[in-house]
Unconditional design. Structure first.
Length: 103
């Protein structure tokens, strides 16, 4: 599936809204064996990607370094250098809440 968004803020607003936010939290805690990936390409430059339970390397993962989305990398805003939005909105899901009982 391919999606195009008007701008990053529209994508972020959707990702932070229910029911998507609740679904994403459940999926990250337990994907049930379903692999998921997305890559975000910004028109004015910048790329970020997320891979969850992918058994084979796909997309950027086939040739670019992969880092765990922990700490500063947990937020798409941080990964893309959109620090003003990251500080204004806070995280959609906190890393501590997501992983605290699941490691």
């Amino acid at each position: 599936m391919r999606q195009y968004w008007r701008d990053f803020d529209s994508l972020e607003n959707w990702a932070r809204s229910d029911p998507h936010k609740q679904w994403w939290q459940r999926f990250l805690r337990n994907s049930g064996g379903t692999g998921f990936w997305h890559e975000t390409y910004l028109m004015r430059g910048g790329i970020e990607a997320v891979y969850v339970d992918m058994k084979k390397a796909v997309g950027l993962m086939r040739f670019a370094p992969v880092h765990d989305a922990r700490g500063g990398m947990f937020s798409a805003c941080n990964r893309l250098g959109r620090l003003e939005r990251a500080s204004a909105t806070g995280p959609a899901v906190t890393e501590d809440n997501l992983y605290e009982d699941h490691e």
